[in-house]
Design a protein around this ligand. Structure first.
Ligand SMILES: [Zn+2]
Ligand SMILES: [Zn+2]
Length: 187
């Protein structure tokens, strides 16, 4: 039994549906023994916006989250409807600093509507949980996994998101457990 739980601040950047925030907290609490708390939506940093692409730079957003999150917060996990990219890629579903503090997940391309399909809340929430679990995995030291069923496998398309499972493979789970145990003994 762990006594010390991890404090994870879940933040919306611009308003996000309550179901999506709930799914985000569920994923954080299920695998990371997190105490999740949600604060008012943040305003996206203007410096992250590229008007030509109509997208926001996720790496700039990560820096912003890191600055804004209070010291007592171990990890800060943002969800947003904004479409994200990093230079060199057309888009990203999310981004996190390996072993770092901030992570962000975009819902924009997880919505079936984005692909011309009818809305499907349960499918959307399942995708959100996968991407949140994936980015949280990076925050706690996991890199990409070659097991295509593992939640830590890299997704370049929505087909790949749907193909992978929402759980860690045994190998990743082992690494994660060790990492979580170490961060607890560090105090
Ligand atoms: Zn990743
Ligand atoms: Zn794995």
């Amino acid at each position: 039994m762990t006594l010390q739980r991890h404090r994870v601040l879940v933040a919306a950047i611009d308003p996000v549906d309550v179901e999506i925030l709930g799914a985000t907290c569920d994923a954080a609490e299920q695998y990371f023994d997190a105490i999740c708390f949600i604060e008012d939506p943040l305003t996206p940093p203007e410096s992250a916006y590229d008007p030509a692409r109509r997208q926001y730079r996720s790496d700039v957003i990560l820096g912003y989250l890191n600055l804004l999150a209070p010291d007592r917060v171990e990890k800060v996990l943002a969800v947003t409807e904004l479409d994200l990219y990093v230079p060199g890629l057309n888009f990203v579903f999310g981004q996190a600093i390996l072993n770092g503090r901030p992570a962000v997940v975009s819902v924009a391309r997880l919505r079936p509507e984005f692909y011309g399909q009818p809305p499907n809340l349960s499918l959307l929430l399942e995708r959100v949980q996968k991407e949140v679990t994936h980015e949280m995995g990076h925050l706690y030291g996991l890199e990409h996994c070659s097991n295509r069923r593992c939640v830590m496998s890299f997704s370049n398309s929505i087909v790949e998101v749907d193909m992978k499972g929402k759980e860690f493979c045994p190998k990743c789970w082992e690494i994660l457990r060790e990492h979580l145990a170490n961060s607890e003994s560090d105090g």
